[in-house]
Design a protein around this ligand. Structure first.
Ligand code: GLY
Length: 374
């Protein structure tokens, strides 16, 4: 093989290996976390194990892992909780500990926490010494059904959500739904918004079962089944398009407006949980779906009612429209100057790469205010 071909073949191998890892990410739903985690760790040769926690998971979830004898030498790295800490300073503090404690390319990180931990921890592991393996052990509903699965990692930067990051899948995502029993209501609903999104982009049946699920008297056994379905929806899409060139954009439903709401709330120093912003983003983007690509009005009404009832609303007035528009223009999903939306022609009928003019976006924000009773 000549030099050019050899280089090309190495490059090709490298692409296919990452792609292969993205396509084949293992997700295990288990109630026997001690033995399941051991099996997963045994499959990953490593020199040292690091466990990334935040102040809550360190207190409430680490106690479970501490008793596992095979983790007795693991080094815990604890960071501040919440999206407010998903930044460069925190990331640097994690790199700092990894450096001081002698992490190598053969180390293993376990991200124990919600989406902030799995995003930031995944990014730290994927970049330190050009990357070492990590596992996700999601403890919130949002992380179980969305953040921990599919290989997106990163941090917020310059006031923008997930502005810097890489695609780098966890070797395994180990979901123990027992963690959900201690989740507070806001965190339950935050994750449930991503499940609702998965319902909207998959089938009428799944969308409908999510709308009628009793969120006040939670049946955890049934929730586990819904979580499993939700993860399958995501995995199926990631498998088809790991790097979001096409159909993976379906997972962005609600997020173009949702991220703008979330960034606005953060700038106003009243941060909101990601899933709440997504739910309000879904309200807006279903309206756009209705007027642009004919999403059925009745299905829009039913979904919007569910969101209004369970999520309340984020206050906005028309003086904030320009700021929201600018935030949408900075969304990383855009190409050039146009704002990119994922819309729905119907439940499960996805229309990616849709755009909307500024006046239509303002009209959409009017609809949001009117429907949400602001
Ligand atoms: N959270 C959307 C995605 O993983 O693509």
């Amino acid at each position: 093989m000549d030099k050019d071909n050899l280089l090309f073949s190495k490059f090709y191998l490298c692409i296919t290996e990452t792609e292969h890892r993205m396509n084949n990410q293992e997700v295990i739903i288990s109630e026997k976390i001690e033995s399941s985690l051991k099996q997963v760790i045994d499959k990953c040769p490593h020199d040292k194990v690091f466990i990334l926690t935040d102040e809550y998971t360190s207190k409430y979830c680490m106690s479970v892992l501490k008793d596992f004898s095979y983790l007795s030498n693991a080094i815990e790295i604890k960071i501040g909780a919440g999206d407010i800490n998903k930044n460069l300073e925190t990331l640097a503090s994690v790199w700092q500990v990894l450096s001081e404690k002698g992490a190598t390319r053969h180390s293993l990180m376990i991200n124990l926490g919600g989406g902030m931990i799995t995003d930031l921890g995944g990014f730290a592991a994927a970049t330190f010494k050009r990357g070492f393996s990590y596992l996700n052990l999601p403890t919130t509903l949002l992380a179980m059904v969305d953040a921990s699965v599919g290989g997106k990692t990163g941090i917020n930067f310059n006031g923008l959500k997930n502005e810097v990051g890489v695609f780098a899948p966890a070797k395994t995502v180990l979901i123990d739904t027992a963690f959900l029993r201690t989740l507070d209501a806001p965190n339950f609903f935050s994750g449930y918004a991503e499940m609702l999104k998965h319902g909207l982009i998959s089938t009428n049946n799944h969308w409908n079962e999510l709308l009628v699920f009793d969120t006040e008297q939670i049946d955890y056994e049934y929730l586990k089944q819904l979580v499993s379905k939700s993860v399958q929806v995501k995995q199926e899409i990631v498998k088809q398009d790991p790097f979001e060139h096409g159909i993976r954009k379906a997972l962005n439903l609600g997020h173009t407006v949702g991220h703008a709401f979330e960034s606005l709330a953060m700038a106003q120093k009243h941060p909101v949980l990601h899933g709440y912003a997504v739910a309000w983003g879904i309200v807006c983007e279903l309206y756009l779906s209705h007027i642009k690509v004919g999403f059925p009005k009745e299905k829009m009404r039913t979904t919007v009612q569910f969101i209004k009832y369970n999520y309340g609303s984020l206050y906005i007035d028309c003086n904030m429209y320009e700021t929201l528009y600018e935030l949408m223009r900075h969304d990383k999903k855009n190409t050039g100057d146009t704002i990119n939306f994922t819309l729905l022609e119907d439940v499960g009928e996805i229309a990616i790469n849709q755009t909307a003019e500024k006046e239509v976006i303002f009209e959409m924000l009017d609809f949001y205010r009117e429907y949400m009773g602001i």
